[in-house]
Design a protein around this ligand. Structure first.
Ligand SMILES: Nc1nc2c(ncn2[C@@H]2O[C@H](COP(=O)(O)OP(=O)(O)O)[C@@H](O)[C@H]2O)c(=O)[nH]1
Ligand SMILES: [Mg+2]
Length: 514
């Protein structure tokens, strides 16, 4: 079963290979989430405050819910380990026999105009999603072997083969189930509060929420600790709001977002006495609304590659913000989620940039299109990559771009040129231009956003390095001032440290009280 991270759900198996783990439990009924200690998401509006006894009951319920989810994931892991053992035993006894069918290499169907950009070595085609990782590994090894045995073409193309002989690294990067601890219960509560049933909880999501909460620690420390200390048990006062104002500004939320949130809180306080828990609930709601506004305006809740169509995502931004790292993580996310992907190494300014991208491509077995010659034209690399993607029927082309160019070049002009090439060559493609912003740059990042927005036709933002900074509030400034939807957030250097943005989870991680 593939967990489609972009659409937040497991992709139903194409063959009935993956039986439900616990057929006894009826989803959506017996497993409906308990009223959580957290307040529910927008789709599950929280009503009236629970009484004290109710709230401790709901804590018990959510702990029980978390326990169920944990037990289920544990059973699933054990089952998967058992299945892997069986497959291993089978594959050693049946070596060189029945390798699962893999898509034909596309060489024969290359349209004439794309022929010049066809790679010298055919990079591995992702195997059918219903296969287990071990089966996929076997199939891919076999396919690579075939590729290597083919005579090299006279015209060496630009494609750099992914991960020569190694087994796909992706299975080594599987999330593991840790202890039933505070991190697990917090993550489970966040999922329950979004209306998820205990049966729907995946290890992928638990793993990410743990990383997110941990990554946001610095921002949270400054923010929540100060806020909760000031709140105490008494109703909200104007003094507490003044403190909240400085906390938001210190977290780099920006003046506009801060004013908007405080105005709403003040108005609420004028209408009624607001006790601390209601204050926090209302604050969370305001923050979510702010973050969701540009997302709603874009009419696309979660940015996912569109199926049956070429998607081209350009990653742009100044030097060092994490474009290449983000691209590597996105390639992994795409592969994990069942999309075929290809990387265009269009940062030709630094020689090391292509190698860096190649390492990321190797980690997820995603082919990289590059031009090794010095000062290659980035637009030409994109041209080659689109040609290769079209001939292979690739779902997603991820384009790495430079953050700085020689003085004679203008970065914005270069980006415009890349964009023109994409539009001309693949008018049918869905194109996203994602600005990568380093959260630790705070308000400076916002200025970059404004500059890039004009030239690069930005459609969204990726916020990186939320770990290690206390300036995570910049996400609020991006939404409120640049009015751009945040599409992904990165909170660490690891391959699983980037996921699609979800305002509910972000705000919970920002304001987690434990
Ligand atoms: N802590 C942390 N470091 C990151 C994150 N994303 C990227 N980096 C690091 O930032 C540095 C620059 O990243 P790179 O992708 O090369 O930036 P680029 O110049 O924009 O392509 C590298 O050392 C990355 O490991 C993140 O989310 N958290
Ligand atoms: Mg780079």
């Amino acid at each position: 079963m593939v967990y489609d991270w972009f659409n937040r759900g497991s992709v139903p198996p194409e063959t009935p290979a993956d039986p439900p783990v616990d057929p006894e439990v009826q989803p959506d009924q017996a497993s409906a989430p308990p009223p959580s200690a957290l307040e529910p998401s927008i789709t599950q509006p929280a009503e009236a405050q629970a009484s004290e006894s109710q709230s401790s009951k709901s804590e018990d319920d959510s702990l029980e819910w978390a326990r169920q989810a944990y037990a289920r994931l544990k059973a699933q892991k054990a089952e998967a380990a058992e299945a892997a053992k069986t497959v291993q035993a089978d594959s050693t006894s049946e070596q060189n026999v029945a390798v699962p069918p893999v898509k034909e290499p596309p060489a024969a169907v290359v349209p004439p105009e794309a022929a010049s950009v066809e790679p010298a070595v055919v990079a591995p085609t992702p195997p059918a999603p219903a296969l287990s990782f071990l089966e996929q590994a076997a199939a891919q090894r076999d396919q690579r072997q075939q590729g290597l045995e083919q005579p090299a073409e006279p015209n060496p193309g630009p494609m750099v083969p992914a991960a020569a002989q190694a087994a796909p690294k992706i299975d080594q990067d599987e999330p593991s189930l840790g202890d039933f601890d505070d991190a697990f219960t917090w993550s489970a509560e966040v999922l329950a509060a979004q209306g998820r049933s205990a049966e729907q909880v995946t290890l992928e999501e638990i793993d990410w929420l743990g990383r997110l909460r941990q990554g946001m620690e610095k921002t949270r420390q400054g923010f929540v600790t100060g806020l909760l200390e000031n709140l105490g048990d008494d109703p909200l006062t104007p003094e507490v709001l003044d403190d909240l104002e400085s906390l938001l500004l210190r977290a780099d939320a920006g003046v506009q977002a801060t004013d908007q949130v405080l105005d709403a809180l003040r108005q609420r306080m004028n209408e009624q006495v607001v006790d601390p828990s209601e204050g926090i609930r209302f604050l969370k709601e305001q923050l979510r609304d702010l973050l969701d506004e540009p997302i709603k305006a874009s009419a696309v809740d979660v940015l996912a590659p569109q199926r049956d169509r070429l998607n081209v995502w350009l990653l742009v931004g100044v030097n060092g913000v994490g474009k290449t790292t983000t691209l590597g993580k996105l390639a992994n996310l795409a592969v994990r989620s069942g999309y075929s992907s290809l990387i265009a190494a269009a940062d030709t300014f630094r020689a090391a940039a292509v190698q860096q991208v190649q390492v990321w491509g190797d980690r997820s077995d995603v082919p990289v299109v590059a031009n090794p010659s010095a000062n290659a034209d980035p637009a030409a690399v994109v041209f080659d990559a689109i040609g290769a993607a079209r001939s292979k029927g690739t779902d997603l082309v991820l384009v790495d771009t430079a953050g700085r160019l020689q003085t004679k070049h203008n970065l914005m002009e270069e980006l415009e040129k890349i964009r023109r090439v994409v539009d001309r060559l693949a008018p049918e493609a869905h194109v996203e231009s994602l600005l990568v912003l380093d959260a630790s740059q705070g308000q400076n990042g916002l200025k970059q956003a404004m500059a890039f927005a004009r030239a690069a036709g930005l459609t969204g933002v990726v916020i990186t390095k939320l770990d290690g900074t206390a300036r995570g509030g910049v996400a609020l400034a991006v939404a409120s001032e640049a009015k751009l939807p945040i599409r992904f957030i990165g909170a660490g250097e690891g391959i699983r440290d980037l996921r699609p943005f979800n305002s509910f989870e972000f705000v919970e991680a920002l304001l987690a009280s434990r």
